[in-house]
Design a protein around this ligand. Sequence first.
Ligand code: URA
Length: 491
Amino acid sequence: MRSIVIEDHFVAWRAASLGALAEDLAPEAIEWRVKQESELPQGQALFDYGATSEDAEPRSTAVRVSKELAALLQDAALFRESQRWAFLYKVLWRWHHGDRAVASPADEDGARLHRMAKSVRRAKHDMIAYVRFRKQAPASASTVQTPEYIAWYEPEHDVLAWAAEHFSQRMGRATWMITTPRGAAFWDGEQLHLEQRRALPGEHRCDTADEAEALWLAYYRSTFNPARLNEAALEQHMPVRFWKGLPEGHLIPAMISEAKSGARRVAQASGVGALGGKTIPVEADMAQPAREQPSSLDTCRRCDLWRNATQAVGSSGPSDARIMLIGEQPGDQEDLSGQPFVGPAGQLLETAITRAGLSREQVYLTNAVKHFKWEPRGKRRLHKTPGQREIEACSYWLERELHTVRPVVIVTLGATALTALLREKVSLRDHLDAPFRVEGGWGIATYHPSFALRQQTDADRDKVLAEISNALIRARELAESAAPTTKKQRQ
Ligand code: URA
């Protein structure tokens, strides 16, 4: 058994490995050992590559590896694991002996190599993303150069040198230092110095917040919208293990807990509602707690949908329009923009409006429910159909709109809008083909444009779109055939 003692870095391993290959040493015949700190010359820099094995002058051999394998080896060499050098030598040995499968993820060793490299690449990315430099007060009356910026970071693998190189190319002449539990990097404005050290966790941690940091914290707090908290997404973007190194890290748990105390109340309410017991039938509107009526949509708390929505979405179009179109509820894009029907369903609706010889500016567009109801699915917010309770709570607004606009024809798009207009759960199919009397005018029920979007084939999609256009043509004809009244006369 040959013992090879190297310094703990790739270049030392590579030189020692080439020597071992030249001697035809099989992986099983080598015991790889890393020099301990006490064995290193005092103050030795990380990249001061010294002797690589116990042999004073190892012979070496040239090994040609593919570009891909070279990159995998270099990344995997930063993987923090005691057996890494022995494992990498095994890979190199197999490749050197013509066994190309070793670089494939289908091979057992290849798979391990790929896993290691992938984990290191992630650690590199994380370090670039989550290192936060804090400005230091200049050290007065000291000859020791204090870096202008200091950061503390705990990388998952040995990626400090790589990240330091990255920062040195981006931070100009400002001096900085990154300290980690296993080493430090210092940029003096011209040159990078790397040191392998055994710092205690917390050492060099910088607790003084500078002005820029105070501003950053204020900004961070202000961008946090409790109504849109998605904890899973937050933790996915900024994993918890990084919080301690970020100036904003200590704010996050408190902000989450504040946002969640509201959510907890809602969850509790539904839990209580789900308890068994005697059921007493009451009219839905009687079951609504008496609340002060909101003075504007923005302040509406008649149901809980406001909690997870960005904003309430009102109407568009003239308040004296003769045709009113009622949709279901705002979608993702409407929630963000505050305008109804601006997303994909809105675009399709606009096509139908145009085909019917109308224009968007001529009609009054609104929704049965004014807040976006959704559930998280990965990074997306998926539409969720509003429930009867939410439709009823929001009928307060729809009634006001009907009273104000007094349209001659009301077109409902989809079942939710029809239910909201008729104030009872009805079948859309039963109402599709015939205009009906409602609110002193005409009602026409048709499909929601998103139903067209959900069709599997273009032909089916066009069929639904044609149905919506026909309903709008009918609405236009009815509006035109009614006596040309002003809104005032309609009241
Ligand atoms: N779907 C609707 O019902 N309304 C909108 O505003 C957008 C999509």
